[in-house]
Design a protein around this ligand. Structure first.
Ligand SMILES: Nc1nc2c(c(=O)[nH]1)N[C@H]1C(S)=C(S)[C@@H](COP(=O)(O)O)O[C@H]1N2
Ligand SMILES: [Mo]
Length: 314
């Protein structure tokens, strides 16, 4: 039985920004295109909201930066399933957000398929304001609602032989025009070690700015590795596979010299096409210095002390 420690926890971001949300107004405030998405946060999460348990902001992750305006974070996206431009928000509305099932397979005690509503009853939601750093040298700071991936690992019950976790994006040709580009190795997959997935910073998001994650940002559920370049944070997760072999991800298959397995943020290791020293903040356009592990070293640097002879940074 999870214990919810409320002392010291702050108001959810949505309650302290101008976009004040009260439960009764929540559905009305969502656009027509996201009514289905609301279903994903639907009964369970809203019920938890009412009980005062969900979406309390976890103050361990204060970002030390201003929030990115919501309209910038939700209208400047990378989501190749919907096209190669940043302007895919309206196309992404066609991806149905509910019902949504997540599959656990590979090296697990027992394969499972679980509906998102059922899953949300078995985890405890919190809000985290996190920095996101794309390898293209832009960055944003946004409030996500979700739960640590470590809670998913408990439900999935991987075997002790499992060493890696693979996150796979939905691939629906009827609504994702990008899938017609057959030279891309669809479906989009990303992976990490079991230890990385179990790190407290590894997060599964189901909300953004106090609402369901919009389709263009990876709704209804999207994994986040805030200390790694943004391409690791795969959207619209449909399947999680446990394996004993290091997976080769979507971008790594395309161009392994530019996108590696570890991809930890490091300002001193340039990408072949972009210096990683600085980043441009969406919204303000301000340029700021990039930090090792995107500033999250205190949480994650110990994951890498035993990894020798590999490029941890691209
Ligand atoms: N399925 C999928 N996930 C994806 C991508 C993608 O093209 N497809 N792009 C990645 C990249 S490069 C970045 S920077 C982030 C962008 O997330 P945002 O659009 O929410 O800012 O999503 C990542 N996750
Ligand atoms: Mo990215």
């Amino acid at each position: 039985m999870p214990v919810h420690i409320r002392r010291g926890w702050e108001l959810p971001e949505a309650a302290v920004t101008p976009e004040h949300f009260v439960l009764g107004r929540r559905k009305a405030a969502l656009g027509l295109g996201t009514i289905l998405a609301a279903g994903a946060l639907g009964r369970s999460a809203l019920a938890q909201d009412a009980a005062g348990l969900a979406a309390m902001r976890n103050p361990r992750f204060e970002p030390g930066r201003a929030l990115t305006p919501e309209k910038d974070a939700t209208n400047y996206n990378n989501y190749y399933e919907f096209g190669t431009s940043k302007n895919i928000a309206s196309a992404a509305q066609r991806l149905p957000q509910s019902p949504w099932t997540l599959k656990f397979d590979g090296l697990v005690e027992k394969e499972q398929e679980i509906g998102l509503d059922d899953l949300l009853k078995r985890v405890s939601l919190e809000e985290r304001v996190l920095r996101h750093r794309c390898v293209e040298a832009w960055a944003m700071t946004v409030p996500w609602t979700g739960f640590p991936v470590s809670q998913l690992l408990k439900i999935a019950a991987p075997l002790s032989s499992a060493r890696y976790v693979v996150f796979e994006t939905a691939a629906d040709r009827s609504v994702m025009p990008g899938l017609r580009q057959s030279w891309y190795p669809w479906p989009y997959k990303e992976g990490c070690t079991i230890a990385e997935a179990g790190n407290e910073l590894c997060f599964m998001a189901v909300g953004l700015y106090g609402k369901a994650v919009p389709p263009q940002n990876g709704g209804p559920m999207r994994v986040l590795f805030p200390w790694k370049y943004g391409f690791k944070s795969a959207k619209a997760i449909r399947r999680i596979t446990f394996t004993d072999k290091r997976p080769v991800s979507f971008w790594e298959k395309l161009q392994s010299s530019e996108y590696g397995f570890w991809a930890n943020v490091n300002p001193e290791v340039p990408h072949p096409r972009w210096s990683q020293a600085r980043e441009r903040l969406l919204g303000s356009g301000e340029q700021v210095p990039t930090k090792l592990f995107n500033g999250y070293g205190e949480f994650v640097s110990s994951l890498y002390t035993d990894v020798k002879g590999e490029n941890l940074y691209l």
